[in-house]
Design a protein. Structure first.
Length: 295
C-alpha cells in the first residue's frame, strides 16, 4: 500500500520541515518531493502536512505516520539485506553529541547492531565541537552533532530552536548577572548563549560547567541557573524560561550527520558508515523524543 520511496521522502520532509531541504538530501527535484507527498497522502486518505509559502508542519495524522513509515522502511531494508546475502563487516567509529544521551538513539544503535552483528561499532559521546575536531583528525568515521544553523557542512537531520530552560520555580534577579549552566568550550550551545547575552548587554556568571549533560541537568533542576538547550529535547523536570525574564533570543541550530575522510578507509568501514547514516535518517523522529517521554 505504501511505496518505500514515498515514505523516505515523507521522512525527509518531516525531519527538515522543508520540501527544498528534503529534495537536496534525497538528490531529487522539489517537484518530485511534492509528488511523492501527494501520492502518499492519497494512499493514506489523510493530509500529512499543512504547508504554505513560509512553513511546513506535520498534521496529527502526519505524526502518526512517522512511526509507521520508520517501521515499514526498517522491515524493507532487513528483507533486502537478508535476500541479498551480503553482510557488513569492519570497524566503525561513531561519535554522537551529548544532546542525544537521553533520547532514543540507543534504539537505533541496537537495531543497527542486530542487523549488522559483524560490524565493530565504537561509540564516542562528546561535545559537538570536540566531535568535529576528532572527525577532522581522522579519529572518527561518522558523527551526529550540532552545527550553527544555516551551515553548509554535513547532511541535515533536523533543525530546531535553542531556548533557555531552568527549574519550574526559578526566578532570575534582573539586578544580578545571569547564572549560566553550560558545557565548557568548545560547546556550541555555550558559545551561542554567551554571544546572545553579550549582544544584549546582559552580565552573566558561570554557575555550573561540566562535560556531562546529566550533571548540567541536575544543576538546573536544583535551581542553580539557566541553560541554553534544544527546544525539542528539553529534559523532564525542566521548562522553558518565561519570556518576561528578558533573556535574549538564541536562534536555531542544525543537527547533522558528517562523514569522515574516505581516502584510504577500508571499504567495510565506508559501507557500515553509510548503513548507519541511513538508519539514523530513517529513524530521525526518534531523536526528537527523550527516553522518559517515549514510555
Amino acid at each position: 500500500m505504501y511505496e518505500p520511496g514515498q515514505l523516505r521522502t515523507f521522512l525527509a520532509v518531516s525531519q527538515t520541515l522543508s520540501f527544498t531541504q528534503a529534495a537536496r538530501r534525497l538528490g531529487v527535484r522539489q517537484s518530485t518531493v511534492s509528488q511523492h507527498v501527494r501520492r502518499l497522502e492519497k494512499a493514506a486518505g489523510r493530509q500529512l502536512f499543512t504547508r504554505d509559502t513560509h512553513s511546513v508542519e506535520l498534521t496529527e495524522d502526519g505524526e502518526a505516520m512517522l512511526g509507521f513509515a520508520a517501521t515499514i522502511l526498517e522491515a524493507n531494508e532487513r528483507a533486502a539485506a537478508f535476500f541479498a546475502g551480503t553482510r557488513l563487516r569492519g570497524r566503525l567509529r561513531f561519535g554522537a553529541s551529548e544532546d542525544f544521551v537521553l533520547t532514543r538513539l540507543p534504539e537505533i544503535l541496537e537495531s543497527f547492531r542486530r542487523d549488522h552483528p559483524e560490524v565493530d561499532l565504537e561509540l564516542t559521546v562528546e561535545l559537538s565541537g570536540t566531535l568535529h575536531e576528532h572527525l577532522e583528525a581522522g579519529r572518527l568515521d561518522l558523527v551526529l552533532a550540532k552545527r550553527p544553523a544555516g551551515g553548509s557542512r554535513g547532511e541535515l537531520v533536523w533543525q530546531d530552536v535553542l531556548t533557555w530552560i531552568g527549574a519550574p520555580r526559578l526566578r532570575l534577579d534582573p539586578d544580578r548577572p545571569v547564572p549560566l549552566i553550560a558545557f565548557p568550550p568548545p560547546g556550541i550551545t555555550r558559545a551561542r548563549a554567551l554571544s546572545a547575552l553579550e549582544g544584549a548587554g546582559m552580565p552573566w556568571r558561570v554557575a555550573c560547567t561540566s562535560t556531562s549533560l546529566s550533571a548540567l541537568i541536575a544543576a538546573a533542576r536544583a535551581g542553580l541557573g539557566v541553560m541554553a538547550h534544544t527546544r525539542g529535547l528539553i529534559p523532564p523536570g525542566l521548562v522553558p524560561v518565561a519570556a518576561r525574564s528578558g533573556l535574549p533570543d538564541l536562534g536555531a541550530v542544525d543537527f547533522v550527520l558528517l562523514h569522515g575522510h574516505r581516502v584510504g578507509v577500508p571499504r567495510g568501514t565506508l559501507e557500515a558508515s553509510e548503513a548507519l547514516a541511513s538508519a539514523i535518517l530513517a529513524g530521525g523522529d526518534r531523536l526528537h523524543r527523550t527516553a522518559d517521554r517515549s514510555r
